[in-house]
Design a binder for this molecule. Structure first.
Ligand SMILES: Cc1ncc(COP(=O)(O)O)c(C=O)c1O
Length: 356
């Protein structure tokens, strides 16, 4: 059972952002040594930034209050007013940051259509426009999201990323990785975090998603890029004072909550298999790569709105991501017992669509 202000759920599969800090994480936060980070004096925050930079194979890092801010600092760094970023049409930066690149930085965006957010270097290469003088908008940045949220937890291929890196390097275009769930990608693929990180000019990672910290993301890149981002973070209102309390949660999360992501992936797969069996066509098992499952409830005769409502009535919270598609996300507050309940409720619903 999870109790939230929104209600009490037998299984809460709405998002991996819902996790609440454990007692041990809270104890680490309470005991954190802190200082004023705007003056660069918070030792716990420094330790977190050094740790993340190191993990991602980058020179330096910068703590931010959210993944959106980390992404927008990355975007701001590489793209000048009037230039563009490109990414896939389901990318969080394009779709779910409320036009921040345009509003905050005067940047336009163009997108390619992907299959479940799957990154292909050719898609980026064919959309990219460089060296066209004053006639067209210049592409300054390619965004890659790994894993891909709206794509359904898709893990990106390191080979495609490397190919894109070669192309962008030749054409003078930067690359930013939205790695809100990079830890899931790393655990699922076995590719070291630094192998992913190394291919990008900047990388953002979230501590507040699968890793279970209450707040916080980190942007990583070169020392010069992070020094500039520190200025922009302050301008964006993200300069924080004794943020070591939050960094302590992040350090705890890195120490304890990376390897356990395999459990979330295994539970997501177990549920996906049960749903695929209950209602053939509702889940394509080949698309279940990490902790996110997209269920085609339309294939079982439901609209997503009706399915979400019926699941909620039975104590399972889910999220509609399209008229006939529902997203389920596993995280550290959904254990085996909650997964069993979710399987019982969701498979029963899939077997019994309402009368049309
Ligand atoms: C892929 C991706 N990037 C960035 C973010 C933004 O993170 P935040 O909610 O901390 O701003 C999210 C949030 O869900 C996300 O899924």
């Amino acid at each position: 059972m999870t109790a939230t202000a929104a209600g009490v759920f037998k299984a809460d599969l709405l998002s991996d952002t819902l996790t609440k800090p454990s007692q041990a994480m809270r104890a680490a936060m309470a005991g954190a040594e802190v200082g004023d980070d705007v003056f660069g004096e918070d030792p716990t925050l420094r330790a977190l930034e050094e740790r993340v930079a190191d993990l991602l194979g980058q020179e330096a890092a910068l703590f931010t209050p959210s993944g959106s801010m980390a992404n927008q600092l990355g975007v701001r760094l590489h793209v000048r007013h009037g230039e563009e970023l490109i990414g896939d049409s389901l990318a969080h930066v394009v779709r779910a940051e409320l036009g921040a690149a345009a509003v905050l930085s005067g940047i336009s965006s163009r997108t390619w259509v992907s299959e479940r957010g799957r990154f292909r270097a050719d898609d980026a290469a064919s959309l990219m426009i460089t060296g066209v003088g004053p006639y067209q908008v210049c592409t300054a940045l390619v965004i890659v999201e790994n894993t891909h949220n709206f794509g359904g937890g898709t893990v990106q291929s390191i080979d495609e990323i490397r190919r894109a890196r070669e192309i962008t390097r030749e054409r003078g275009v930067a690359m930013h990785l939205d790695g809100a769930r990079l830890f899931n990608a790393h655990v699922a693929s076995g590719v070291p975090l630094s192998d992913y990180g190394h291919e990008f000019d900047t990388v953002s990672v979230c501590l507040s998603k699968g890793l279970g910290a209450p707040v916080g993301s980190v942007l990583a890149g070169s020392a010069a890029a992070m020094a500039e981002s520190r200025i922009w973070r302050k301008r964006f209102g993200g300069g924080m004072r004794q943020a070591g309390i939050l960094a302590a949660a992040g350090l705890y999360a890195l120490d304890h909550n990376i390897d356990r992501l395999v459990d979330d992936h295994a539970r997501a797969r177990r549920a996906a298999e049960a749903m695929a069996e209950a209602a053939p066509g509702s889940v394509d098992l080949a698309t279940v790569e990490t902790n996110i499952v997209i269920v085609d409830v339309a294939a079982a005769g439901w609209t997503s709105a009706a399915f979400v409502e019926a699941a909620l009535t039975a104590g399972v919270r889910t999220y509609a991501v399209g008229p006939g598609a529902v997203r389920l996300v596993w995280h550290l507050d959904v254990d085996d017992a909650a997964t069993d309940v979710a399987i019982d409720v969701l498979t029963a619903l899939l077997r019994s669509a309402p009368e049309a």
